[in-house]
Design a protein around this ligand. Structure first.
Ligand code: SAM
Length: 295
């Protein structure tokens, strides 16, 4: 088992398959990658995923950049070992044409970024993106059964704070017979350019608590999921949050093939040129370096 010195067992792997993106979101943290080297090949991604899988990692999430920009994304998915769950986080703009192929390749579910249902605000936030493409992508993902879909909404003051309940309603419009779509309300990790957009999700958490029929606390990050008559919403609060960090069971691999111990921390472990037992040994050593960002 991959357990770090703080007793946290790593169960989730998040691999960035590219740093390229077709949108330019004003707040994007780019998964903590600033100037990555060459993108990994599909074979290298599979080799690293297999090493983590052999060491007990249960779930895989593919991310980017925009992972659907990789022409070999279906091939990458089909090369993965038998994880309990393979998911992918996407901006949804290219999902319409790919949803069924992704499912066929072995993808279980998707997270889709959608911060607003207003086309003008969407265009502003994403540097010219078209909301309609994402809405069509969501519909196709539901049809392809890439569910449950999580709609990732990063909370921003004055920009989308008034749309939270509207978004929850929107997710529920897909949930006629079973839960297909849930809302994931994410606390903005601000930078110097976006600090004025920061809004604590706490106020919404209080509102959800009032109307929830049930509340579930997930193992990962101790995230709360509220089950309400309007829909299901999960809150992600990565900032100044010891509970979040003390229950982090995730490790990352960057698009150029380095282990990244924490989104908030620049530290990486170089595993290039390592294979077989050497690769596994390096993964163990990397786990020994993990520490909670907030504690
Ligand atoms: N392009 C893909 C997508 O849109 O999902 C994958 C990469 S994107 C960096 C992954 C997730 O990180 C998205 O859901 C996005 O909303 C979230 N994200 C990006 N920057 C963020 C920030 N500053 N604070 C909180 N979440 C952020």
């Amino acid at each position: 088992m991959l357990t770090d010195p703080f007793g946290r067992t790593v169960k989730n792997l998040r691999i960035s398959v590219t740093n390229r993106c077709n949108l330019n979101c004003i707040y994007c943290h780019r998964e903590g990658e600033s100037n990555p080297g060459k993108e990994m090949s599909a074979e290298r991604i599979a080799e690293i995923a297999k090493a983590f899988y052999d060491l007990g990692v249960k779930k895989l999430k593919l991310t980017g950049g925009e992972p659907l920009l990789r022409e070999d994304i279906c091939e990458i998915i089909s090369m993965m070992p038998n994880f309990e769950e393979i998911s992918l986080t996407t901006n949804g703009t290219l999902l319409k044409d790919l949803a069924f192929d992704l499912k066929e390749s072995g993808l279980d579910r998707v997270n889709i970024s959608l911060d607003t249902l207003n086309a003008d605000i969407y265009s502003y936030l994403t540097g010219g993106g078209k909301l309609q493409n994402v809405l069509e992508g969501i519909r196709c993902a539901v049809e392809a059964n890439l569910t449950p879909i999580k709609l990732n909404m990063v909370l921003m003051k004055n920009l989308n704070e008034f749309e939270v309940f509207k978004m929850l309603n929107f997710t529920n419009s897909f949930n006629k017979e079973k839960t297909n779509v849930i809302l994931q309300l994410i606390e903005l990790i601000p930078n110097t350019k976006t600090k004025d957009l920061y809004l604590d999700p706490e106020i919404f958490e209080e509102e959800f608590a009032k109307i929830a029929m049930a509340v579930k606390i997930r193992d990962m990050h101790k995230r709360k999921q509220f089950f309400t008559s309007l829909g299901i919403v999960e809150i992600v609060k990565p900032l100044d949050n010891t509970e979040f960090c003390m229950h982090c069971n995730r490790i990352r691999v960057t698009s150029d093939g380095k282990i990244k111990l924490c989104l908030m921390n620049k530290e990486t472990v170089d595993i290039s040129n390592l294979s077989g037992n050497e690769l596994k040994k390096a993964i163990f050593e990397a786990i020994r370096l993990r520490k909670p960002f907030f504690r």
